[in-house]
Write a protein that binds this ligand. Sequence first.
Ligand code: SF4
Length: 364
Amino acid sequence: MNFDLDAIYIEDACRDTALARRVMARAASVAPVSFVADGRLAARPPAGVADTFAAGKRRMVIMRRRSPFLMACPAGSAKFACCGYLVLTLASNCPMDCSYCFLQEYLADNPGFQVYANYDDAFAEIDRLSASAPARHFRIGTGELADSLAMDSLTGLSIELVNFFAARENLTLEFKTKTDEVENLLTIDPRGGVLVSWTLSPRRVFEACEHRTASPSARIAAARLVLDAGYRVAFHLDPMMAYPGAERDYIELMDQLFSTIPPAKISFVSMGGLRMTAGLRAAARRRFPKDAMLLGEDVLAEDGRFRTIAPLRIRLYKILADKFRNAGAEIPSYLCMENSSVHERVFGAPAPHPALAGERLATR
Ligand code: SF4
């Protein structure tokens, strides 16, 4: 997959970094490069642009990250049955444009596509965390504020990451993506330390909502390639859309997945329903007024998000949980941003403690 950019900006202070050198070497066929004192200012699209968020996706900035790289997953809280995931922010924004994407609200005041050149600082943070709890196994992902692989042919970051994690036994790196950009991954041996996960949706959701992403078939084919190259693979059904015919479509999607990836080789599957703050819902409906998937039956939940009504989403979760149980091999599954009573209704057992859940998922 190739994504168009309008401009690439490189902060003066990052000009001699490995990331900037790789980008400059490959940028000729992508977009013009300019150097700027402060990338945060350069990323902002010019005044008068109608959709600044969309324009910001096409303006890449190679810059220093000024705040910590590691944080607990923002989805985790005392309210939810959490999976103990840690987020590593190496980039912020994404060249794809899903109608439900929370970045439309989260980055509304900060458009631009930032990629951080000082990732050696991120590696030092991870080493400090790991040294602080040597008996624990951490699962750390780069796919929260950005797609992990979307610009990898330009940045080459995946190679540095895989080499770092492959050398550390108590860490698992999770790349999360909706692309089929796996060429760099196929050139290196992850030595068991790297998991690649794909968000999967039925074709109808892909066509309605997931603009500029790889098709579900292309994502599954890419998963098979990395599995054969020694990576672990996992899948996220998130957000699940409860439209008429959704049950049949999600079951067919799982049949397609299992025909390419043997269930015993799937590290885990997560599930989550469509959930949107009022701000995100307004931004998404304004930017994608024709997307009927955004107009399903929802209610304002206790956490301040509009969610697909409980009977619809729990029914979908249960059908899929049965599918995983009867797949011929155990496929661990968990719910993202659901409370433990929903977890219990779907799986018939209380959710495990986040640290335990995280450890189990990290070592699958
Ligand atoms: S691929 Fe992920 S980060 Fe990119 S627009 Fe879609 S939901 Fe957002």
